[in-house]
Design a protein around this ligand. Structure first.
Ligand code: SF4
Ligand code: SF4
Length: 101
């Protein structure tokens, strides 16, 4: 979550369902099975899990997303989460409209 997430009326949506890319924008696990993806996540100690795959691309969820829609271990969140900018994901459009209004 970014620094203005407190304004978000869709809190945690970005952690509920997302896609991961690495090196040259390739999707993680594209064309790979669930076991491969789980191992990739385990090696990197990421708290994510593969939800489902569409057109060969995996969608992920996060085990640290708490019931109150906050990150349970915010201070220890992975670098990839720290890099997310508010408004950079499709779900953030709602938050952006909220801030303008
Ligand atoms: S959707 Fe955007 S504004 Fe809302 S919590 Fe996630 S990153 Fe923050
Ligand atoms: S580690 Fe925290 S910030 Fe990152 S996806 Fe999970 S709940 Fe969201």
């Amino acid at each position: 979550m970014g620094k203005s997430c407190k304004d978000c009326l869709n809190r945690g949506k970005c952690c509920e369902r997302f896609w991961l890319k690495y090196m040259k924008g390739r999707h993680v696990g594209r064309g790979k099975d669930r076991a491969w993806v789980l191992e990739w996540l385990r090696e990197r100690k990421l708290p994510f899990y593969p939800r489902n795959r569409r057109y060969g691309v995996w969608c992920f969820g996060c085990l640290w997303l708490a019931r109150d829609r906050r990150c349970e271990y915010y201070g220890k969140r992975p670098a990839v989460c720290k890099d997310v900018k508010v408004g950079s994901m499709p779900y953030c459009k709602f938050a952006a409209r909220t801030r303008k209004g």
